[in-house]
Design a protein around this ligand. Structure first.
Ligand SMILES: Nc1ncnc2c1ncn2[C@@H]1O[C@H](COP(=O)(O)OP(=O)(O)O)[C@@H](O)[C@H]1O
Ligand SMILES: [Mg+2]
Length: 254
């Protein structure tokens, strides 16, 4: 693995803005690091990062996994190492290259067992591909499952997103506690999103997690989302763009 690769994972409760912020990170890196190789991974089976980035996904990681499993079941057993190199070849082949970043989605596996398998696969894929990129941005699944299963083990920068709700900050606190054991992160911080009352910030304290940025509730952002516009169509000074930039600056990535 390229030990200079920065692997940024965005995690938190459902609906707090993980996808919006992940997409903003990708745009900022693409614009401000024009020579860098950037990989965006949609690791949420609920899907959304592709729309937020304006990319059209044809093959997902789950499709690739199924294809490889099928070829093994066809009576062509492969050694694990051979399977990994085939996976790498197929994944690189399926990466969508748009606007100076590559894109990979895990897809929407059917059934709990399949989801577990694709998560295990994703963990390998992160190790496998990280060395080919300077920056990897992972839009995580809601909650702590991927942290707990060490899917995010190699993440270097963990960004925990919450809204001002107590429930959201508790999820952040739980993720941090689990991540301390399961993730080899170098830096961790929180973004408080959708703040409509700045006074509420006085009540937000997350033990051991510095606040990197706060983002106001932005009606223009919500309406762009409804219209299916990508993050590249947001004004540069949109609250989500500004907050995401502030967070990456604090993490010394930008
Ligand atoms: N700062 C914000 N202001 C207004 N709406 C927002 C903001 N951040 C996110 N949203 C909206 O909230 C919803 C959930 O955001 P999303 O980024 O998809 O969250 P998650 O990926 O955590 O589920 C979307 O409709 C999005 O447009
Ligand atoms: Mg999302």
């Amino acid at each position: 693995m390229n030990d200079k690769t920065k692997i940024i994972a965005v995690s938190g409760k459902g609906g707090v803005g993980k996808t919006s912020i992940s997409a903003a990170f990708v745009r900022l890196l693409a614009e401000r690091k024009p020579d860098a190789k950037i990989l965006a991974i949609d690791a949420d089976p609920a899907i959304g990062l592709s729309t937020a980035l304006g990319v059209d996904v044809k093959t997902t990681l789950d499709d690739i996994r199924k294809g490889i499993v099928t070829s093994v079941e066809d009576g062509r057993p492969k050694e694990a190492i051979e399977m990994l190199s085939e996976a790498r070849y197929r994944i690189i082949d399926s990466l969508i290259e748009e606007r100076s970043f590559s894109f990979l989605a895990i897809g929407r596996p059917e059934g709990a067992g399949c989801y577990c398998k694709v998560n295990a696969y994703l963990k390998e894929v992160i190790s496998l591909l990280a060395g080919d990129f300077d920056y990897v941005v992972i839009d995580g699944e809601a909650g702590i499952e991927q942290i707990n299963r060490r899917v995010m083990e190699k993440v270097t920068h963990l960004v925990l997103v919450t809204d001002p709700s107590r429930k959201g900050t508790q999820v952040v606190q739980t993720i941090k506690r689990v991540a301390d054991e399961m993730v080899m992160y170098e830096r961790c911080g929180a973004i408080i999103n959708r703040v409509s009352d700045p006074g509420a910030l006085a009540y937000i304290h997350i033990e051991g997690v510095p606040i990197l940025a706060t983002i106001e509730d932005d009606r223009a952002h919500a309406s762009n989302d409804i219209r299916g516009l990508s993050v590249f169509e947001l004004p540069e000074d949109a609250p989500v763009m500004r907050g995401a930039a502030e967070a990456l600056e604090k993490l010394e990535i930008l």
